[in-house]
Every structure is written in structure tokens, then in C-alpha cells.
Design a protein around this ligand. Structure first.
Ligand code: NAD
Length: 260
């Protein structure tokens, strides 16, 4: 289609990122997938999105923790498509542990993947967006960019850092037709959340069922998980022209969590 954009979604081989990539493909945009996983499963995902929506879908396995791999990925995408129009910084990992026992290598990895990677994708993709005088940068932050929970020191620190980055870059790009916002989901039922249930049960000395009902859904007055489709639709709206006055915003989609 003539107004097809080029969309990079980091961490889009699973969960929220995969849902966002599919949503942008459904809107007729070309999509670049990124993330880890089984090579055959990723190729099936890539080709099925491309066939279903009739758009170009590429895959780059760049590790968000490695600056040179991010730089190479963006350069390759720009060589093929000219520029990245919509950048979704979504790749992220989690670790649950008391701060005094927090594994140092996990702290470094979470800061690199959940925070610094967004700085690197932004600084690499921005010059072409500025040339085109149009761009959308959407950071998948978290309710944990706005409030804290115990035992998630690295994650909460990185996500609060994303809030600062979002506001700062929004100011720097405000007159270039570029917006930069952060979506702040509450608990969404994805592998990232499923994996932290046993860790949280161990750290707090409670059952896995108690983690779901008394920790996760306790935080969400709606008493239900946010859906991937809801987050993807919000990303689609932020990328639309009608959202051009929304910039520098931290937008909760959290079932009322941060209203408390
Ligand atoms: P997920 O585990 O389902 O997906 C994470 C994705 O990131 C996968 O594609 C994975 O391969 C990729 N990834 C991990 N490390 C990477 C690396 N080093 N380089 C490149 N890709 C990498 O998780 P999710 O729940 O879909 O989370 C996606 C984002 O949403 C994260 O930033 C997370 O913090 C955020 N988020 C999730 C929730 C939730 O409840 N699930 C809530 C708020 C925010």
C-alpha cells in the first residue's frame, strides 16, 4: 500500500512485541521482527504474518544487550527500507530477587536490555526520521515506570529510566513531526509474567496461585490481566496521525493499578 510505513518492534518473537508486530502488519505496514527463539518457529511466524497481511516482514536476531548488533540491524533496515518510521522499543527481561541477593550479571543485563537498548535504537534511527520530518517512537515501559514493587530493583530502575528518556527525547524531537511516548502496561499474560510466578512464590514464600491472585491481580482493581491486543491497539493509535499532539507521555494501561 502507498502509505505503508516501516516498523521495527524489538523483542517481537513473543508476547506483547509479537502482538504489536501483527497489529502493525494488519494495518498494512512492513514489519521488522527481532528477538530470540527457535529458528524454525521464528521463520514460521515471519512468513505467516507476511502471507496473512500481504506486507514485507523481516527478522533480525540482534541482541539488544549488544550495541554493535543494534547498530548493524538499524543500518541494514535503513539500507533496505530507507528509514524506520515507527520504532517500538519492547525487548525486555525480568528477574525477581531481594536487592542484597540480586545477581549482579542480571542487574547489568536488565539495565542493558530494558533501558540502554532504547537509547541505542533511538540515536541510530532518529536522524532518518528527522530528515523525513515524521516518526513515531513507542517505548513499552510498564506500570513499574510509575510505581515500584519489592524485589524488582533492576526492572523498576530501568523502567523509570525509560520515563526520563521518553520525556527528554520528546522535547528534542517536538518540532520534527516525531512523537515519543511510553505505554505503561500492568500485568499482561505473557511468557515474561508466567516465568516470574515461581520466582515470586519462592521469594515471598507463598504458592503460585497466591502470586497470581494476591500479588499480580491484587495490584489491578479490574482483577484481570491486560491483553496483548489492548496494548497493540494503543500502540497503533499512538502511531497514527491523529495522535500527533501526544508526546512525552507515560500512558498507563493497567486496569486501574496506578490510580491507587
Ligand atoms: P516476553 O518474554 O513474552 O517477550 C520478550 C521478547 O523480548 C521476546 O521476543 C524475547 O526474545 C525478546 N528479548 C529478550 N531479550 C532480548 C535481547 N537481549 N535482545 C533482543 N530481544 C530480546 O515478554 P513480554 O511480557 O511480552 O514483555 C515485552 C515488554 O513488555 C518488556 O519490555 C516488558 O518489560 C514489558 N511489559 C510486560 C508486562 C507484562 O505483564 N507481560 C507488563 C509491563 C511491561
Amino acid at each position: 500500500m502507498s502509505n505503508a510505513k516501516t516498523v521495527l518492534v524489538t523483542g517481537s518473537t513473543s508476547g506483547i512485541g509479537e502482538g504489536i508486530a501483527k497489529h502493525f502488519a494488519s494495518l498494512g505496514h512492513n514489519v521488522i521482527l527481532n528477538g530470540f527463539g527457535d529458528a524454525n518457529a521464528i521463520e514460521t511466524l515471519r512468513s505467516s504474518i507476511s502471507e496473512q497481511y500481504g506486507v514485507k516482514v523481516r527478522y533480525y536476531g540482534a541482541d539488544a544487550a549488544k550495541v554493535s548488533e543494534i547498530e548493524q540491524m538499524i543500518a541494514s533496515i535503513e539500507a533496505e527500507f530507507g528509514s524506520i518510521d515507527i520504532l517500538v522499543n519492547n525487548a525486555g527481561i525480568q528477574q525477581v530477587a531481594p536487592v542484597e541477593d540480586f545477581p549482579v550479571d542480571k542487574w547489568d543485563a536488565i539495565l542493558a536490555i530494558n533501558l540502554s537498548a532504547s537509547f541505542h535504537t533511538i540515536r541510530c534511527a532518529l536522524p532518518k526520521m528527522k530528515e523525513k520530518k515524521w516518526g513515531r517512537i513507542i517505548n513499552i515501559a510498564s506500570a513499574h515506570a510509575l510505581v515500584a514493587s519489592p524485589y524488582k530493583s533492576a526492572y523498576v530502575t530501568a523502567k523509570h529510566g525509560i520515563a526520563g528518556l521518553t520525556k527528554t527525547v520528546a522535547l528534542e524531537t517536538a518540532t520534527f513531526g516525531i512523537t515519543m511516548n511510553a505505554i505503561c502496561p500492568g500485568y499482561v499474560w505473557t511468557p515474561l509474567v508466567q516465568k516470574q510466578i515461581p520466582e515470586t512464590a519462592k521469594t515471598r514464600g507463598i504458592t503460585e496461585e497466591q502470586v497470581i491472585n494476591d500479588v499480580m491481580l491484587h495490584a489491578q482493581p479490574t482483577k484481570k490481566f491486560v491483553t496483548i491486543e489492548e496494548v497493540a491497539a494503543l500502540a497503533g493509535f499512538l502511531a497514527s496521525d491523529i495522535a500527533s499532539s501526544i508526546t512525552g507521555s507515560m500512558i498507563p494501561i493497567d486496569g486501574g493499578w496506578t490510580a491507587q
